[in-house]
Design a protein around this ligand. Structure first.
Ligand code: ZN
Ligand code: ZN
Length: 237
């Protein structure tokens, strides 16, 4: 165990990353110009082929899941790059808490490869509450959304959707309480006039936060909403 306190360890990792730009973020092996070495990149946990087309959770044959049938989300489709488990969880933490912003560009480029510009009119990042934005210094979802929007040539609006209520982190709450925790936490600053929205976040676990954000977008006239996340936690793998 390291004797250094956490902020120092994080700072040292950032310095090391700058000194050694060609080393893999996960194993420190030679990664040439990339963030990960080819072996670590190939081993990242991918999603199984049979997924609910609407929320991206695992289903037996790729049919819509029970949760989407019972209480359909306002978004029509979910695209996820990776499964949210080791070591993708470490990459997300390195992005959010270790300020490894090149990871956001890397996730964004990966998502853009699986999306079609013609399907979307507007890219919106899942917003942070201003208090959390001040603490973190950046919104990881916006940093992932930027390269997606520029690769697709679709407009990005970082302020239209906002977070009006500071809520405890979803990860700290039991699954049952997550929907209530984010209820009424978002606002949309204008009428979307049927525009097709690409809503971007870093991680989707229960989907409660994205469900609530999409509900508000629909109330404000959104057309089809597609969710795209770097990583998806599967409840039914
Ligand atoms: Zn590696
Ligand atoms: Zn579903």
């Amino acid at each position: 165990m390291s004797i250094l306190p956490q902020p120092w360890r994080a700072a040292l990792r950032r310095v090391a990353a700058r000194l050694l730009p060609g080393s893999c973020l996960l194993c420190a092996a030679d990664s040439a110009a990339g963030l990960l070495c080819p072996a670590c990149a190939a081993d990242l946990p991918r999603l199984p082929p049979a997924l609910c087309p609407q929320c991206g959770d695992g289903t037996t044959l790729g049919e819509r899941c029970g949760a989407c049938l019972k209480d359909p989300p306002a978004f029509a489709r979910t695209l996820a790059l990776f499964r949210y488990e080791f070591p993708v969880d470490r990459l997300i933490q390195a992005l959010k808490y270790g300020h490894q912003l090149p990871l956001a560009a890397w996730f964004g480029a990966g998502l853009a490869r699986d999306l079609h510009a013609a399907d979307h009119d507007l890219v919106l990042p899942l917003p942070l509450h201003p208090s959390r934005l001040r603490t973190r210094g950046f919104n990881q979802s916006l940093e992932i959304a930027r390269p997606v929007a520029s690769a697709l040539g679709v407009a990005l609006d970082p302020i239209l959707l906002s977070r009006t209520r500071a809520t405890p982190p979803q990860a700290d709450l039991p699954l049952k309480e997550r929907a209530r925790n984010v209820r009424g936490a978002f606002a949309c600053a204008g009428d979307l006039g049927g525009r097709r929205i690409l809503l971007i976040d870093d991680v989707m676990t229960t989907g409660s936060t994205l469900r609530e954000a999409a509900r508000i977008l629909k109330l404000h006239g959104a057309g089809t909403i597609t969710v795209a996340v770097a990583a998806r936690a599967l409840r039914h793998p």
